[in-house]
Design a protein around this ligand. Structure first.
Ligand code: GDP
Ligand code: IMO
Ligand code: MG
Length: 413
């Protein structure tokens, strides 16, 4: 089975939890886009793990994790994350492959992202240098993971980049220049640590005939560089079409796509959010759902489920089955609002996103703790009705329901 996991909202849908839950049946877990802007949280055996760059299926010891070509790779973040993960599995390095084709995030990317965010052009990024690294990739001046092993070539590329970036830093932002030597030495140290893990993942995956591969999406469909709420988006393609280009497999490589969606909606960072609720309901969802960013700790904006957003995202990735997450969080609401359409548009349109006026349906809440329930039949009637309502309005099948952060808090429908 070749299965892709994509988020159907603005990120943080619970992709990490779902990948960790399913990964026991997979041989490979492949990240195909994004970088350390991702924060995928997994709770297993009472412990919480937050993955940024490393594929989170690795808590399952049968899994080999691949960081693919479509990712942007920050070695400093990776080395830190690897150190943490080694307390779980000292041999985890043997199960990690990093694409030599992936572009490196350099200190100037992170610095320029931070500076830009703090000036008028800010869109609320994670300040991880993501957009800046992709800019250089598509501007054809980027430095790739594979360049680390040709020191002269690496030095030359670094020199050319540093001279340009330092002009920007000093002339435009009146900031201190960066030292080429320090960065060179630091990255050569990383190169030694990373060496056993660097690979051509296209060959490995092409050879994985008959193996099961899960493709772990990062961010959400509404943050896709083209189809999201541009310019309030990330700088990669987050929809399922990105899988093949992000790891060098043929375009038919994905057999099935599961869309992950919360039972309500959240967004972190700036940009339009039609069902945002700044009243008691939104506050309640934030408090009960612990809605704070896994990468930056920022409070997430919260609001009701938006049928049109999920339908739009599902169409883009060919999703027919969804995983409904954080369903337990709705257990705190007396009545639940669901946006079933817009007064002023037929469906979700990113160009109109800031002006869309949701039409809400109000349904009774279930006012019960459902986090211990593991069978659909055991859910309260109102909870079952909510699931059916989501299915009816989105025309998608709910395949799993997540009722808590732990791996086993899952209902197979
Ligand atoms: P991702 O980026 O899509 O992997 O999602 P995040 O990890 O950023 O955010 C999801 C948050 O919700 C994490 O803190 C998870 O531990 C938590 N979570 C996931 N599923 C559930 C669930 O069904 N119920 C509750 N209460 N929390 C959940
Ligand atoms: P996961 O994988 C939620 C958002 C940022 C900002 C915009 C651009 O955990 O779902 P960037 O740093 O990518 O240039 O920021 O995208 N963003 C996310 N929001 N979850 C994420 O990842 C995100 N990654 C980026 O908040 O609005
Ligand atoms: Mg997240």
């Amino acid at each position: 089975m070749k299965l892709a996991i994509v988020g159907l909202q603005w990120g943080d849908e619970g992709k990490g939890k779902v990948v960790d839950y399913l990964a026991r049946d997979f041989d490979y877990d492949v990240r195909f886009q994004g970088g350390s802007n991702a924060g995928h949280t997994v709770q297993y055996q009472g412990k919480k793990y937050i993955f940024h760059l490393i594929p989170c299926g690795l808590l399952n010891k049968n899994v080999i994790g691949v960081i693919g070509t479509g990712c942007v790779f920050d070695p400093a973040v990776f080395v830190g994350e690897l150190g943490d993960l080694k307390t779980y599995d000292p041999d985890v390095e043997k199960r990690i492959k990093i694409s030599k084709f992936a572009h490196l995030i350099m200190p100037y990317h992170v610095l320029l992202d931070k500076i830009r965010e703090e000036t008028t052009q800010g869109i609320g990024t994670t300040k991880r240098g993501i957009g800046n690294a992709y800019e250089d990739k598509y501007g054809r001046v980027g430095i790739r993971v594979g360049d680390l092993y040709y020191p002269e070539q690496f030095k030359e590329k670094l020199k050319a980049n540093i001279s340009r970036k330092n002009v920007i830093l000093m002339e435009i932002y009146h900031a201190e220049p960066l030292s080429e030597t320090e960065i060179y030495e630091q990255y050569m140290e990383y190169a030694e640590k990373l060496r056993p893990m660097i690979a051509d993942e296209t060959t490995i995956l092409a050879g994985a005939v008959g193996k099961n591969i899960i493709f772990e999406g990062a961010q959400g469909s509404l943050l896709d560089i083209d189809f999201g709420t541009y310019p309030f988006v990330t700088s990669s393609h987050t929809i399922a079409g990105s899988v093949s280009i992000g790891c060098g497999l043929p375009s038919v490589c994905v057999e099935k796509v599961y869309g992950i969606t919360k039972a309500y909606t959240t967004r972190v960072g700036l940009g339009p959010f039609p069902t945002e609720n700044e009243d008691a309901m939104g506050k309640n969802l934030r408090d009960v759902g612990k809605e704070y960013g896994a990468t930056t700790g920022r409070p997430r904006r919260c609001g009701p489920f938006d049928v049109e957003v999920v339908k739009y995202a599902a169409r883009l990735s060919g999703v027919t089955e969804i995983v409904l997450t954080k369903f337990d969080v709705l257990g705190s609401l007396k009545t639940i609002l669901v946006s079933i359409g817009y007064k002023n548009a037929d469906g979700f349109d990113p160009f109109l996103a800031s002006r869309l006026e949701p039409v809400y349906k109000e349904v009774p809440g279930f006012m019960t703790d459902i986090s211990h329930i593991r069978k659909f039949v055991d859910l309260p009637a109102q909870a079952k009705d909510y699931v059916h309502l989501v299915e009816e309005y989105t025309n998608l099948k709910v395949k799993y329901i997540s009722v808590g952060p732990d791996r086993d808090a899952m209902i197979k429908v």
